[in-house]
Design a binder for this molecule. Structure first.
Ligand code: HEM
Length: 97
């Protein structure tokens, strides 16, 4: 899971370097689906910063039910938002930014 989060962050940095993604977000008009892709993907990256350290806490405190509860909930939410962002990514294909 941590590997996945790290790869996602690396991908984001590469997209920014190759396509000036931040310039596109700020200065180009995007459709609803394209904005959704950016919104849900950004939310996922923010959630990784919480879910990964929480995962390590659960790993070292396997009986702490509150930690497990939050790691489960936020983990599934992260997975759901990442999937949504991925599906909406197809609206970015072929866009002429
Ligand atoms: C992108 C980061 C991560 C996501 C999205 C994620 C997601 C999840 C989810 C959804 C579950 C519950 C699975 C189920 O319902 O049975 C889970 C369980 C668990 N995760 Fe993660 N995880 C992440 C990172 C980590 C990391 C870095 C660790 C540290 C080693 C970790 C340790 C655990 C452990 C120990 C459990 C089992 C908890 C238990 O039921 O006793 N996770 N994770």
């Amino acid at each position: 899971m941590q590997m996945g989060a790290t790869l996602d962050y690396t991908l984001l940095v590469l997209i920014e370097l190759n396509k000036s993604a931040i310039d596109t977000i700020l200065n180009k008009s995007l459709s609803l689906f394209q904005s959704g892709h950016i919104f849900f993907s950004s939310l996922t990256l923010a959630l990784y910063l919480v879910v990964v350290p929480l995962g390590w806490k659960v790993y070292f405190n396997p009986t702490h039910s509150k930690l497990i509860h939050w790691h489960h909930r936020l983990g599934w939410l992260t997975f759901f938002l990442r999937s949504l962002g991925f599906i909406l990514m197809f609206s970015m294909m072929g866009a002429d930014f």
